[in-house]
Design a protein around this ligand. Structure first.
Ligand code: FAD
Ligand code: NAD
Length: 463
């Protein structure tokens, strides 16, 4: 074996979990190699997930603002049109610049990227196959960060032309007349928003009684109302039974209803851990329904092998994967990794955005926790008024006895940015009173968080 095939750590997968772990490990003095099969680093998130979807969300939101909101500001624009090709090109450029950025960070940190498909070939060995040939890498520590892939419905298989997954929905060459989205979760509503704003008719077929199941009920009700007003045809409690393709059209059949025809069907019913065909079970790693089982230190139970990110289940979020990656390599280095899952925020990048951290009212109710609620509507926030973005509210849930913040739920403008303050407050085990007594600049959106915190004690000033 060549010397250059012996490392301190092999990271399998170059997504946000894997690449961030590789950088942290290099900072801790390890000689690190990262195996990634795709032509670019960054994983689902950078290549076909968070980043391209947000690029299209921002472009389509700008179009929507000019079309529907500019007149409220006294601005009129004539001859407005969308160049889908130009929009997709910009999205691709954003992705390329960020994935190249990760390659640059690898160089800076002296991390080797081996391009190819990796398989566990022993407790300390990863065999990599690529068009350039086979390479056998060895290290006492291996981190599995192989991520996730879209779930395929057995009765409605992807043809990747008209029946597409999220990756396909990021590159539809022309605005569809009618897009059916199966699954009213995060991907369905985000990518549905992109094409709705650009002019498509969008029908969402959701099996559960509400969209965004599992999120705070009051927020979901508000989101349903606002998205409906925007033009989404939201059909909840709808069970899809199949689809047939005829030329450029797809007809979707649903239980107890008429068939629905569309030119594209986006299936967005969740993602599953990507853990098959890589020698994991043969190495003794325990999988449950395809999800790698780990202990509190992200160790798989097989000496030296750790796992993180979408592949270990839990919430499939890039920042969760990143934090787990950092914690895992810190544990490997004998340090104390730390991920506080109660402080992991989740965001749905519709407009208005929806963001939450901590417990929902439903979860607190089920756990029998007594809590107080403070709510503040955007209608009463000066900056939101100035922006003409007055839909939604901020809601803070605090422990009835200790006032400790248990959950924060926001539906409104830039909720994605606002939720960081709440996450920090929860991480510091802060109280509603702590937020209420913190000075917030005026006029800003975060003032609504302070007001909601004041409202926990019944003393909001502006509402
Ligand atoms: P991944 O990003 O999936 O990376 C795993 C990597 O491992 C991949 O690059 C894969 O090619 C590689 N790999 C797998 N097996 C092998 C092998 N055998 N050999 C070599 N390489 C291998 N999350 C958010 O937090 N915010 C968002 O806004 C957001 N938006 C999203 C939008 C969409 C459309 C999608 C699909 C997902 C989105 N997510 C978002 C989820 C986020 O992308 C994932 O949670 C995150 O990428 C998980 O990181 P990971 O490193 O665990 O796995
Ligand atoms: P999801 O779990 O968010 O939503 C899937 C939806 O499909 C659910 O509402 C579910 O009830 C519904 N569903 C399941 N089977 C169905 C069926 N047969 N017919 C109709 N509806 C059905 O999953 P997703 O939207 O595919 O996203 C996958 C994951 O990617 C998410 O869990 C999320 O963690 C991650 N993601 C995050 C972001 C973000 O953070 N902004 C964005 C996109 C994706």
């Amino acid at each position: 074996m060549a010397d250059n095939d012996q490392f301190d750590l092999i990271v399998l997968g170059g997504g946000p979990g894997g690449y961030v772990a590789a950088i942290r490990a290099a900072q801790l003095g390890m000689k690190v190699v990262c195996v990634e099969k795709e032509d670019a680093l960054g994983g689902t998130c950078l290549r076909v997930g968070c980043i391209p979807s947000k690029a299209l969300l921002d472009s389509s939101e700008l179009f929507d603002q000019i079309r529907h909101k500019a007149p409220d500001h006294g601005i009129s624009v004539e001859g407005l049109s969308v160049d889908v090709g130009g929009m997709l090109k910009r999205k691709d450029e954003v992705v390329t610049s960020l994935t190249r950025g990760v390659a640059g960070l690898f160089k800076k940190n002296r991390i080797e990227w081996v391009r190819g498909f990796g398989r566990l070939a022993g407790p300390d060995t990863v065999a990599v196959e690529s068009p350039e040939g086979r390479r056998t890498l060895k290290a006492p520590k291996i981190l599995l960060a192989t991520g996730s892939v879209p779930v395929e419905l057995p009765f409605l298989k992807f043809d990747h032309e008209r029946i597409i997954d999220s990756t396909g929905a990021l590159s539809i060459p022309k605005v569809p007349e009618h897009l059916i989205v199966i699954g009213g979760g995060v991907i369905g509503l985000e990518l549905g928003s992109v094409w709705l704003r650009l002019g498509a008719r969008v029908t969402v077929l959701e099996a559960m009684p509400t969209i965004l199941p599992g999120m705070d009920g009051e927020v979901v009700r508000q989101a349903t109302r606002i998205l409906g007003k925007q033009g989404f045809d939201l059909r909840t409690g709808t069970r899809v039974t199949g689809a047939t393709r005829s030329g450029d059209k797809v007809t979707v059949t649903v239980e107890g209803g008429d068939p629905i025809e569309a030119d594209y069907v986006l299936v967005a019913v969740g993602r599953r851990a990507c853990t098959g065909g890589m020698g994991f079970e043969e190495a003794g790693i325990r999988l449950e329904r395809g999800v790698i089982q780990v202990d509190g230190h992200y160790h798989t139970g097989v000496a030296g092998i750790y796992a993180i990110g979408d592949a270990i289940g839990g919430r499939m979020l890039a920042h969760k994967a990143e934090e787990e990656g950092v914690a895992a390599v810190e544990f490997m280095a004998g340090k104390h990794g730390h991920v506080n899952y109660d402080a992991v925020a989740g965001v749905v990048y519709t407009w208005p955005e929806i963001a939450s951290v901590g417990k929902t009212e439903e979860e607190l109710g089920q756990a029998g926790v007594a809590y107080r609620t403070g709510k503040f509507p955007w209608m009463a926030n000066g900056r939101a008024k100035a922006m003409a973005e007055v839909d939604g509210f901020v809601k803070i849930l605090a422990d009835e006895k200790t006032d400790r913040i248990l959950g924060v739920h926001i539906i409104g403008p830039r909720a994605s940015d606002l939720i960081a303050e709440a996450a920090v407050a929860i991480e510091f085990e802060g109280s509603a009173e702590d937020l209420a007594r913190s000075v917030h600049a005026h006029p800003t959106l975060p003032e609504a968080i302070k007001e909601a915190a004041l409202a926990v004690d019944g003393r909001a000033i502006h509402f």
